[in-house]
Write a protein that binds this ligand. Sequence first.
Ligand code: NAG
Length: 509
Amino acid sequence: MLTGVVAGPVFTSPAVGSILAAIRAVREVGAVGILLIVKNYTGDRLNFGLALEQARAEGATVEMVVIGEDSAFTTLKKAGRRGLCGTVLIHKVAGALAEKGAGLNEIVRKVLAVAGAMGTLGVSLSPCSVPGSRPTFQLADDELELGLGIHGEAGVRRMKITTADKIVKTMLDHMTNPSSASHVTLRPGTSVVLMVNNLGGLSYLELSIVAGSAVRCLESRGIHIARALVGSFMTALEMAGVSLTLLRVDDELLNLIDSETTAIAWSQPTKVPVSGQRRERIGPKECPEEEEQCFPAGVQFSPQMRLVLDSVCNTLLSLQEKLNDLDRAAGDGDCGSTHARAARAIQEWLTATPAPVDPSKLLCVLAKLLLEKMGGSSGALYGLFLTAAAQPLRLDNDLAAWSVAMDAGIEAMMRYGGAAPGDRTMLDSLCAAAEELRALKNPKANLMQILDKAVERAEAAAESTRNMKAAAGRASYISSAHLEEPDPGAVAAAAILRAVLEGLQAKAE
Ligand SMILES: *[C@@H]1O[C@H](CO)[C@@H](O)[C@H](O)[C@H]1NC(C)=O
């Protein structure tokens, strides 16, 4: 793309001497003609202009193009359009033309035409600061700055923060508004290269969200996006912002933009599939067919089961903060939120769908729900537990079968989760309860008495995790000196069992 680059101090034009040194260096390696590509800032125009004159005096063949594709200003007074990220496209086109053997004058003529067919506009959520100095401007938390330059200078307009779609629409409206002196002319059917440029502080996630908004917005106006470039092409230190560049293209120009380069900072443009051939949003289907079969029409949900599930959900929601606190000491602090997410998913499902009476089907549906919505390792482990527990209940539904189901669930959790009782995980609570529940296999068993004991054992086991060394799960990464609280997963499992008991004790209205 480029043969040489001259860097000045941060945000400052390089000195004439540096530019001259670069020109001489490029000449020495055999350049027959040299093109200076300069962004339109006074200091740059002066220093590069002076260097050009001196180099010519030394006999060099040198030309200069000044790029100003800034679309921020609606009226152009003394301050002309600044050179922004679109300049990188000029580097690419000029480099490709030179590589193809075009002469210096032809390159100048062509890149000036390209420069006239583009516009750039930036937006930012933050200023930036030159190392060691204060931020270049002030911006409130809920504001963004539109139309800024690449040296930390403030923009032309300040807006309240809003969604990416709305911000991008405002930007594109501004850039293409025919009454603005610096607009890019776009008509339905126009082909463009879209450049989405990180001003420094954005993640790829955020950059891609902006790129998606820009693609949708342009296509809705009938613009054809021939290529999209997304990346960090021209940054302003750590500025948390993005600029959009639009360049009108024909096939010849596209060819130059597509041509190969070894420049490492250039990322190959993406061909954007036209909207009809693109699946806009891929997500879980609202109501998978398989699940339908799980709910034979007309089957009523046992009122007692409903009380049990309500009780479990309410318990988990009320414990959210406590579990998060416990988890903050041992893990990433999201245990309560994960369980609350499961509770909300179950509540939503209970209001939307008639649930099955068949316990095996109920567990299988709950498993699917948790696997889909709960997330985290708890989601996977509870999903495994319920899936395995559902199996013994397909054949029998007596009390003994529930004990077998509990053991089957725990066995699956241990097999895939890699933990055992004593490892400071939810298994400690579940295994303690399971031992008591085996009494259900006695034909004269009293469900409520046994369950009561099982819950007490589970709660004691959860409490005892306080003194355990973590061998699996979240806390095993933490030095045990920092573990003084019980394991949140074990506490949650015990609380779920207590909630099941209370749900069974509750009287249906
Ligand atoms: C560069 O800026 C000056 C004003 O500083 C303006 O007169 C000129 O037209 C601009 N050039 C380009 C190429 O935009």
